[in-house]
Design a protein. Structure first.
Length: 257
């Protein structure tokens, strides 16, 4: 039996807070054994509710791994919660600043150290009224191409029925089912010989990742997804610097993010 990844005091404190919170939904985990019990991995997920990070953190923690998320740098200034963010190894994102790229550098470092990174390529919760993924940004593709680690697609459904972030409607009762479906690691070997910073390659790999996440979501929902994904909304454009394409004039050197 694999041993649980050590997380320390702050991870334990986060678990003590999040486990009871996520009990408001009935959990169904499918294919969870596909998440590596040791070593680095990138978990690529859809984003449908503001409850997702807490629910997904508990899901990953139940697989004996410590998840690392990209979180707003400003959260470090929140009393107590800021200490949890820092102490549990979460990755701060200084959105809208020249330091935004540092988050991807931190993610590369975490993967080199054998950690698990959870990323929502959409950047923010989808505004699609039916909850299907919208067009994603390239951060997940960058991590996948620049690190030869397992890239695992995961779809989650049900958190949006508990809390809708756009209508602000919280409906905990009757209890809803929250399902996680884990897919097989995505084979990106066909892309690893090219330029991992090529805009066209990043777009193509991003499409590959999100197509698989969407396929898994369709399997959970037992529905056909739309042919064309909804476009990113304007707010998402301003909130997802970590996954946005860098401008040519600010392209970082080879060892950058």
């Amino acid at each position: 039996m694999a041993r649980r990844e050590k997380g320390g005091f702050w991870v334990g404190l986060a678990a003590a807070a999040f486990y009871p919170l996520t009990a408001i939904g009935k959990r169904v985990y499918l294919g969870a054994e596909k998440i590596p019990r040791q070593g680095p991995a990138v978990l690529v997920m859809n984003h449908i509710s503001h409850l997702d990070p807490a629910v997904d953190a508990v899901f990953v923690h139940r697989q004996k791994r410590v998840p690392r998320f990209f979180l707003k740098a400003s959260l470090k200034d929140v009393p107590v919660f800021g200490r949890i963010v820092t102490g549990s190894g979460q990755i701060p994102v200084a959105r809208g600043s020249s330091a935004a790229g540092d988050s991807l550098k931190a993610a590369h470092q975490a993967l080199e150290e054998g950690k698990v990174i959870v990323i929502y390529p959409e950047g923010t919760i989808t505004k699609d009224p039916l909850g299907w993924p919208k067009e994603a940004y390239s951060g997940a593709a960058r991590l996948a191409l620049q690190n030869d680690v397992p890239v695992i697609p995961i779809a989650r459904w049900g958190t949006n029925k508990i809390y809708n972030g756009y209508t602000k409607k919280f409906t905990p009762f009757p209890r809803k089912t929250v399902t996680h479906l884990v897919g097989d690691p995505i084979d990106l070997s066909a892309y690893r010989g090219g330029n991992p910073r090529s805009a066209s390659m990043l777009r193509e790999v991003t499409g590959v990742l999100m197509d698989e996440v969407t396929r898994l979501l369709a399997e959970i929902r037992q529905e056909e997804p739309p042919v064309k994904k909804p476009e990113p909304d304007a707010a998402a454009e301003t909130k997802a610097e970590i996954t946005a394409e860098p401008k040519a004039e600010t392209e970082k050197p080879e060892d950058g993010a």
